[in-house]
Design a protein around this ligand. Structure first.
Ligand code: SF4
Length: 582
């Protein structure tokens, strides 16, 4: 959990680098080790890393500068990252921040004078069902209240290393409120492989296609088709599990990985068998590093049982293994091509598509990328047949979907609903209290008002990767929108102008609006900005970053009308500063 900070000697650097091969793919794990041990990546270390990996120094600096969890300036020996998710704000996050800052005489985003403590913020810790939450030296602490904060302050004042803090502080509730076929499903490790090995990879592919399984990340690409495309593309195949669920309000993978890791890893192994991949990666979001020990333990168990490694399950020549890679706080890595760049040790800039990763992925080779929930579902389809999925859901959206429900309801947590369930039913089940709206699919998703609560959870109606945030009538919708625009401005990777400049301008305009500094006549500027971002941005982040503003302007314009500063009539609209951005 990080040692005391101090000067970094040549020997320290040499000792760390000696444990890593000279492979640029290892850049991120190397940088993370320096960050963990010294609370920053010092200049001499960057030079040594660049030499060790035969990379330009500017490349190493660019990567350090990109990730929120890496720094080239010393951070505190105790680094506290508070969740900036709107749900945490509504659960009292601001008073927690204020108390911590008062206790350590510091401000957010700065280190204390003696460098002991730094207090910063991160977009979302994946604990919205039990916030307000924070990461301390990367480890999650949920349900922060006055008592827990005082406990943390006392431990820090006594110089107790985080790995010696009481375990109760790190207790994370599962909050599985409504299990369905996936969360109830039991797996004897290896059984799905054993069943699949009785037939051929082609038979498993057919079973997947018949099941109608669609990727659970939200876009819903048919899984069987993706697997077939990957299998039929010649080359050295790779496989990646995208466990970087970073959409604020999402936390379902946390519990799938905690309680169903065998199912996820077995699904990955089935993917390797079908596509011929020998190397697999599980890219775990940095906020979930507390899950890493249990996942590493599960990998060891599977290797020991012959379910990973050589001749898996007695199948001669089927060799495959999985490496866990930890993210470093960058939402864009949830985009699969950015994730692959991150794995390769590059700045995670989304690639031009096509070609798609399924044919040109890791190292330019065919790569199967699916998320945690999809791989887990594959395991049970392999075991029980395509009907296991088809028994639930609708014709075009078969099966069930895990939702991470947070906000104004009496039972926040993880729910598994069959596709086709109405929003009304979901709200009733979780005990929602007079909702004025629901944000489905995180900040980039859909804001729906009570008029739309008859809509259904389905790929062809309301699709979501899992985030489902409920807001009651007492919430200030513009506070929600400001939070979402801040999120996008912070997470834009900066590569293309419409998104880089657009997200910042949008954040500023909404801030002005909330502070009573925006005139009604400026509204077309905001709308024009949204249209430019949606059409001219390079990737999905920029294309959807104006969704929160555009959808609420359309569905709840009264919130905006009330906030405009009143001026005389006849003022003309300002031209949008984003016209012809490039
Ligand atoms: Fe980066 Fe945004 Fe452009 Fe995507 S749209 S490439 S996140 S700047």
């Amino acid at each position: 959990m990080g040692s005391a900070s101090g000067s970094v000697t040549k020997q320290d650097t040499a000792d760390i680098l000696a444990r890593y091969e000279s492979d640029p793919f290892l850049l991120l794990p190397i940088l993370q080790e320096f960050q963990d041990r010294f609370h920053f990546v010092p200049p001499q270390a960057k030079e040594a890393i660049a030499r060790h990996l035969s990379l330009p120094l500017s490349h190493v600096e660019g990567v350090v500068g990109f990730y929120h969890f890496l720094s080239d300036e010393p951070r505190g020996e105790y680094e506290i990252l508070l969740s900036d998710c709107i749900i945490d704000h509504f659960r009292g996050r601001e008073s927690i921040r204020q108390r911590l800052c008062d206790q350590f005489s510091t401000r957010t985003e700065s280190a204390q004078a003696d460098a002991r403590v730094s207090i910063r913020q991160t977009a979302c810790t994946g604990l919205c069902d039990q916030g307000p939450a924070a990461l301390v030296n990367g480890y999650a602490i949920a349900a922060l209240d006055v008592q827990r904060v005082e406990q943390m302050v006392a431990l820090i004042r006594c110089h107790i290393p985080v790995n010696q803090w009481p375990e109760t502080l790190f207790q994370i509730e599962s909050n599985i409120r409504l299990p369905g076929p996936l969360l109830y499903a039991d797996l004897v490790p290896g059984k799905a492989l054993e069943r699949a090995f009785q037939e051929t990879p082609e038979a498993l592919l057919t079973r997947l296609e018949r099941s109608g399984l669609r990727g659970r990340g939200g876009a819903g690409f048919p899984t069987g088709m993706k697997w077939r495309l990957c299998r039929e593309t010649p080359g050295e195949h790779y496989l990646v599990c995208n466990a970087d669920e970073g959409e604020p309000g999402t936390f379902k993978d946390r519990e799938l990985l905690r309680h169903h890791a065998h199912a996820v890893l077995e699904g990955m192994t089935l993917g390797a068998w079908v596509t011929g991949a020998a190397e697999g990666y599980l890219y775990l979001r940095g906020e979930y590093r507390f899950l890493r020990p249990v996942l590493e333990q599960t990998l060891r168990e599977r290797r020991k049982a012959g379910l990973l490694g050589e001749d898996i399950g007695g199948m001669k020549g089927f060799d495959f293994d999985i490496t866990i890679r930890l993210g470093a706080g960058a939402y864009i890595c949830g985009e699969e091509s950015a994730l692959l760049e991150s794995l390769q040790g590059n700045r995670p800039r989304p690639r031009n598509r096509p070609p798609f990763p399924v044919t040109h992925g890791l190292r330019g080779q065919p790569t199967l990328v699916n998320n945690v929930e999809t791989f887990a579902a594959v395991t049970f389809i392999a075991l029980h047949g395509s009907e296991w999925l088809r028994n639930d859901g609708t014709e075009t959206s078969p099966g069930s979907k895990l939702l991470s429900i947070s906000g104004d309801c009496s039972r926040p947590g993880i729910y598994e609903f069959p596709f086709g369930t109405s929003i009304h039913e979901i709200l009733d089940t979780c005990g929602a209290q007079s909702p004025m709206g629901v944000q489905v699919g995180g900040p980039s998703g859909n804001f729906i008002t009570p008029r739309e609560f008859t809509r259904r959870l389905a790929f062809d109606d309301l699709s979501t990767g899992g985030s489902f945030m409920i807001f009651n009538g007492e919430r200030d919708l513009l506070e929600v929108i400001e939070n979402f625009t801040r999120f996008f401005a912070r997470e834009s990777c900066g590569f293309c102008t419409p998104c880089r400049v657009g997200t910042s301008l949008q954040e500023r305009l909404i801030k002005d609006l909330r502070q009573g500094k925006m005139r009604k006549e400026e509204l077309p500027t905001l709308q024009q900005l949204g249209r430019i971002m949606a059409t001219a941005s390079h990737c999905g982040l920029g294309k959807t970053a104006a969704n929160p503003v555009m959808t609420t302007l359309e569905k709840a314009p009264q919130y905006y009308q009330r906030a405009f500063v009143q001026t005389g009539s006849g003022t003309t609209a300002q031209p949008c500063p984003m016209e012809n951005p490039e």
